[in-house]
Design a protein around this ligand. Structure first.
Ligand code: APR
Length: 223
């Protein structure tokens, strides 16, 4: 069976990575547009680079949780594609192999000039350095107001899926939040979130619980 999985910050919450819109969201001490917009980067690259450097260092201290492992497990019996809004590498570290990072990856950087020039953000890489042709490096993150290059690929995956699993997203940020509209009429939708933003119906099963509890239940159902 083809399964499309759409994950948001909630799937990594129990690993210790804060979500964006819960009370003490990720942006603490920083106005979103200051650290997650091209204008903010233009205005003060050092604040932005330090912000992402902190988040990158935190990533080295957290681990995948039961939800990430259950989704990786699902690959054993099905054709699974994980479409994540998250920039962490927890799905990969849990063993998932087929991923689309809609909003970029924290462990990668790219040239501000040539967006196809993407490098691993290694320990010794100081983003203040200039890569060849003297172009400033920046985090490989899709900032507010920027295009989401992989959105068409992701929409195609959802349109072909026999089942769609949605985990830990407030469904507030487009175009990612609009992906569920591409699901086939006969594709069942499983929604896992302690504060679900969509309600149960004939084709939608809601698990109003944490990812580490709800996702293994969905995976068990689909095995
Ligand atoms: N398990 C499952 N879901 C959880 C958990 C948990 N333990 N804890 C919180 N949640 C849910 C919240 O109820 C909420 O619905 O996770 C969701 C998190 O929503 P957001 O903080 O809005 O995160 P997300 O939907 O991923 O944000 C989308 O917005 O800021 C931008 O680019 C950023 O990718 C991000 C995008």
């Amino acid at each position: 069976m083809k399964i499309a999985v759409l994950t948001g910050a909630g799937v990594s919450a129990e690993s210790g990575i804060k979500t964006f819109r819960d009370s003490d969201g990720l942006w603490e001490g920083h106005d979103v547009m200051e650290v997650a917009s091209p204008e903010g980067f233009e205005r003060n690259p050092k604040v932005v680079l330090d912000f992402y450097n902190q988040r990158r260092k935190q990533l080295l201290t957290v681990k995948p949780n039961a939800a990430h492992f259950a989704l990786a497990d699902l690959e054993k019996n099905h054709d699974v594609t994980i479409i994540t809004q998250n920039v962490d590498d927890l799905h990969e570290r849990a063993g998932s192999t087929n991923l689309i990072h809609l909003h970029g990856e924290l462990l990668k950087v790219r040239s501000t000039f040539d967006e196809d020039l993407i490098l691993d953000w290694k320990e010794d890489l100081n983003l203040g350095d200039f890569c060849e042709n003297n172009h400033q490096l920046r985090p490989h993150i899709v900032w507010f107001g920027e295009m989401v290059p992989m959105i068409e690929v992701a929409a195609d995956v959802v349109a072909r899926a026999d089942a769609v699993i949605i985990v830990g997203t407030s469904m507030q940020v487009y175009p990612a939040a609009g992906l569920v509209q591409y699901a086939k009429p006969d594709a069942h939708i499983y929604f896992v979130d302690p504060k679900p933003s969509i309600s149960e119906s004939k084709r939608i099963t809601v698990f109003a619980e944490k990812a580490s509890i709800g996702v293994p239940k969905v995976v068990e159902l689909l095995k």
